[in-house]
Design a protein around this ligand. Structure first.
Ligand code: ADP
Length: 476
């Protein structure tokens, strides 16, 4: 929504709001005037009216309401003579002529007291009059109001009518400014959000919304949701990029690793084919080399196939509960000869009791074997090798550590990525660089994790962490 549109929407809203308020006010004023009108037409305050005070047993008449204004009540008989007074009488009139009384009931302004009269009949049937007298000062205001009521109403109405156009200008100005200000408060964050969305659409996943709004406002919620979404998208994008790069690198590495032995095979085969080698021993050596290189190619392809198969959705483990201590003992035995050959100083720490865990024996052997073989393969004679199993309440940890040459610093970070080798120039025909990535995948399929716990120039420790009750991918 454009700011202008918000502004006009708000303006219409406020105008409607003001019209509504004006209508309510008009209705309220009309009601008020009509109420005053009816009250005034009835005369002065009801508390001063004789007809409201009178009681057939006149001795019980209460003058509590008129007392504060200094008034009193007189009861007159048929001859208009005062026969009873309630309150303190402030004049000395005790007899009234008919005419005098009616003149006084006109309440001219010069009169000292305000008069109100009401006839009544006593329980015994006497026709009497109740006369209320209030000092003029106490009721001046009401009487004045009453007398000038018509004029007052017309004056008030004229003033209101005159004030309306004068008031309308600041009201209209206020509506305009307020709607403009409110629109800005809405449109500014909306603009920032729209710009942010556009940037995200264009692939700028590092975009984050910065809105100066109250924490509990709707805009703050949108900002938080947007930034959370941006975080996730950025992370996914980075992962995708990493995956793409690693795929690319993998393809380059595969081509390189296959190219080297195949080129050698081609060279030797060509030499033999073109009759360049006459010596029998040399021919045999070439044939052996061709054979060795082809074995390497096959092994490389097999390992690669195995590695890729692990990502297949049909790949599942076939687990069985086994004692991990026994499993590790067998693993050490399997590598014992090569360790002995290199005079390895072997330290095995396993609990005395069984540590049962559901494992795919064949696959986990492969994972552990890769780590053990590496330790023997890459370290010098006499290296100390420690194999330890630790069990806690909710997990099992297998540590395989050596005090050998350590993993080269430049490959430590990516040691579990396929084709990562210490021999970065890929000169040697030794490893494929797939061993540790295969181990990691197998451990992860068991619901665990494999990490390089420690690595320095003279120390390497791998840790296999297996949580108890973890989820693993097993064949159904
Ligand atoms: P490969 O052994 O086929 O090269 P791996 O993934 O098994 O591939 O190992 C990757 C690299 O890690 C090796 O090339 C080696 O440089 C290094 N490495 C692995 N284990 C050790 C170890 N215990 N000590 C020293 N270097 C190691």
């Amino acid at each position: 929504m454009k700011p202008k549109k918000i502004h006009s929407t708000l303006m219409w809203n406020y105008t409607f709001f003001i019209i509504l308020i004006s209508l309510i006010l008009t209705a309220a004023l009309t009601y008020l005037f009509s109420e005053i009108d009816s009250r005034m037409k009835e005369g002065v305050s009801p508390v001063y009216r004789a007809k409201d005070l009178v009681n057939e047993s006149y001795r019980d008449i209460s003058i509590e309401d008129i007392k504060p204004s200094g008034g009193w009540v007189e009861i007159l008989n048929e001859q208009k003579k005062v026969i009873h007074v309630i309150g303190v009488k402030k004049d000395d009139l005790y007899t009234y002529s008919e005419q005098e009384l009616y003149e006084k009931l006109d309440n001219p302004e010069s009169q000292e007291f305000y008069y109100s009269i009401a006839p009544f009949t006593t329980p015994r049937g006497r026709e009497l009059l109740c006369l209320v007298k209030i000092p003029r000062d106490s009721i001046t205001i009401q009487v004045h109001l009453f007398k000038n009521y018509e004029q007052t109403v017309s004056e008030v109405t004229t003033t209101i009518l005159k004030a309306i156009p004068i008031l309308l200008i600041p009201i209209a100005l206020m509506i305009f400014l307020f709607s403009h200000w409110t629109a800005k408060r809405i449109s500014r964050p909306l603009k920032t959000i729209t710009e942010g969305l556009k940037k995200m659409r264009d692939g700028e996943y590092d975009t984050r919304l910065v809105l100066d709004v109250k924490a509990e406002s709707e805009f703050a919620k949108i900002r938080d949701a947007f930034n959370y979404m941006a975080d996730r998208l950025e992370k996914t994008e980075q992962e995708n990029q990493k995956l793409e790069e690693s795929k690319q690198r993998m393809l380059v590495d595969i081509s390189h690793d296959l190219k080297t032995p195949i080129t050698s095979i081609q060279g030797y085969a060509r030499a033999l084919n073109e009759g360049m080698v006459n010596d029998k021993d040399k021919t045999q050596r070439y044939l052996n080399l061709i054979y060795d290189k082809s074995v390497r190619v096959t092994s490389l392809i097999n390992t690669l196939f195995e590695f890729l198969m692990m990502d297949d959705s049909d790949y599942h483990l076939s687990t069985q509960e086994a004692d991990l201590c026994e499993f590790l003992r067998e693993m050490v035995l399997g590598h014992f000869d090569e360790m002995e050959e290199k005079n390895f100083d072997l330290h095995v720490h396993l609990p005395q009791t069984e540590v049962l865990y559901p494992i795919d024996q064949k696959q986990l052997s492969r994972a552990v074997s890769n780590i053990l073989s590496n330790a023997v393969k890459y370290n010098p004679e006499g290296t100390k090798l420690r194999i330890e199993l630790m069990e806690t309440e909710d997990s099992v940890q297998i540590e395989i550590g050596d005090d050998g040459v350590g993993i080269p610093e430049n490959v430590r970070q990516n040691i579990f990525d396929p084709f990562t080798r210490g021999d970065t120039a890929r000169k040697s025909d030794g490893g494929t660089g797939l061993g540790l990535s295969i181990s990691k995948k197998i451990v992860e399929k068991h619901g665990g994790s494999l990490c390089l716990l420690e690595s320095s120039v003279e120390r390497t420790i791998f840790a296999i962490h297996l949580p108890k009750g973890g989820e693993m991918l097993v064949a159904s």
